[in-house]
Design a protein around this ligand. Structure first.
Ligand SMILES: [Fe+2]
Length: 453
């Protein structure tokens, strides 16, 4: 006779499964909020030892979806099947529904399902962490902040995870433009957990968005031992550190950081990290910095990630195009554009999944613009990007990440002789960040070209 054991996890959420599996699940979730790399192996061994433990399977499926890498979809599908076959309660059912939506390409539906789940189980830290990432992937700044806000009073203040949840809230506040509050909350989170790399990241974003380059460098350098190695978020935070170096015009340091921390492992490229590598190289490309064979290395890595895969997350595709174009591999870039165009033609007026909407709203124009930039069709770059600026956020990422498209637009306007537009865009940037090096450089070039600003 089989029995279904119902217990609770460490946040008092109901869980179906044996005590030992629940304790190992709790440990894995703790590693997840710390971005500790052991979360992967711990989860793998958990589902191996307890294949009938639904929340273990849910965690494994979420982790594979969270990578945004189409090569992980087969594994995520397998975990989802095991989850469906395992004894479940209503919370497990809700996770299964979110995972099913995500696997079906409905990223927004998955995010909404986790919203619903969190109304009933607001202290479900797995749903909170994954939902937070989904809000990031879909560019939903408001829910990045408010999903966390809705759960804040449900997390035991004395539990270490209360700090990590504050770190999430800090990032949502930053993406929503509440910089003072974001820094305050991030500081509180870091004081609670020195290894809260997401809170460190949130504070870094505040310095980035304010144009406080020196403060950003100081902040990251003085606690580099807490974020610079040994976690799953090192590449992204090093990418931020490199952006500060770029803002100082220190291209040597940018390249050194790239080589030491951001360069992809050719044998095991990580899609989400590769996006940062490509964005960094593309920013250097816009500044006409010689990056040697680095773009080729990134392009090779993207080729292996995307090889034979159907379109899955256009944010990645756009960054692949940046690497291809920076490496002079226009055929590879054009191939991405062709695949995305074909996908949109295929779905036509039928059911469009999240990625189809992201592709048509911003992803495909971004890809076409980057390719056009490589081919010196600067008017085309402007015509692709200028009308889509208000929907750039639909394809996800942060304000800082999407600025790469804004820079591409400005640079194309300058190079293409669209000087009236270039002047306005430079003015717009300087109005927000008066000391922004990128805008000041372009203003100088416009002045030299005889266009008063
Ligand atoms: Fe970031």
């Amino acid at each position: 006779m089989s029995t279904t054991l119902t217990d609770t996890d460490e946040h008092a959420n109901t869980v179906v499964g044996p005590r030992e599996a629940i304790e190992r699940y709790d440990t894995a979730v703790d590693l997840l909020v710390r971005f500790h790399p052991d979360v992967v192996d711990r989860t793998t061994s958990l589902v191996h030892d307890h294949p009938d433990f639904a929340m273990g399977q849910a965690l494994a499926a979420h982790l594979h979806l969270m990578s945004t890498d189409p090569r992980d979809l087969d594994a995520a599908t397998e975990y989802a099947r095991a989850l469906d076959a395992a004894p479940r309660g209503e919370r497990e059912d809700a996770h299964a529904a979110a995972i099913a939506a995500w696997l079906d390409g409905d990223w927004h539906g998955a995010a909404r399902t986790l919203d619903d789940l969190l109304v009933r189980w607001p202290a479900d830290v797995l749903a909170l962490a994954i939902g937070h990432q989904l809000d990031f992937f879909t560019g939903d700044a408001r829910n990045l902040r408010d999903r966390i806000g809705r759960s804040l009073d449900a997390i035991d203040r004395d539990h270490p995870h209360a700090g990590f949840v504050r770190g999430m809230q800090a990032f949502g506040l930053e993406e929503s433009g509440s910089y003072d509050r974001a820094l305050e909350v991030a500081t509180e989170a870091i004081e609670r957990n020195r290894d809260d790399v997401w809170a460190i990241h949130a504070a870094t974003h505040v310095h980035e968005m304010r144009g406080d380059t020196d403060a950003g460098i100081r902040f990251l350098d003085e606690r580099v031992d807490d974020w610079g190695s040994g976690n799953l978020f090192t590449v992204h935070n090093w990418w931020h550190r490199a952006l500060f170096a770029l803002e100082r015009g220190d291209h040597r340091e940018v390249l050194d950081i790239h080589d030491a921390q951001v360069r992809p492992d050719p044998d095991e490229p990580v899609a989400i990290d590769l996006a940062d590598t490509s964005a960094l190289l593309w920013r250097l490309h816009l500044d006409e910095v010689d990056v040697g064979d680095r773009a080729d290395t990134a392009a090779d890595a993207w080729a292996s990630v995307l090889d034979g895969q159907a379109p899955w997350y256009v944010f990645n595709d756009a960054h692949a195009v940046m690497a291809f174009v920076a490496a002079g591999r226009f055929d590879d870039a054009a191939d991405v554009v062709r695949r995305l165009t074909a996908r949109l033609a295929e779905v036509g007026g039928g059911t469009r999944r999240s990625n189809d909407m992201m592709t048509s709203d911003s992803g495909l124009p971004a890809c076409r613009a980057v390719l056009a930039f490589g081919e010196a069709r600067h008017d085309d770059v402007v015509d692709e990007l200028w009308p889509h600026r208000r929907t750039f956020h639909h394809f996800g990422g942060s304000h800082a990440q999407r600025d790469v498209l804004e820079r591409t637009l400005v640079e194309a306007a300058v190079r293409g002789g669209r000087h009236e537009l270039a002047r306005r865009l430079v003015s717009e940037r300087l109005a927000v960040r008066p000391s922004g090096r990128f805008a000041l450089d372009r203003r100088e070039r416009l002045v030299r070209a005889g266009t008063a600003v």
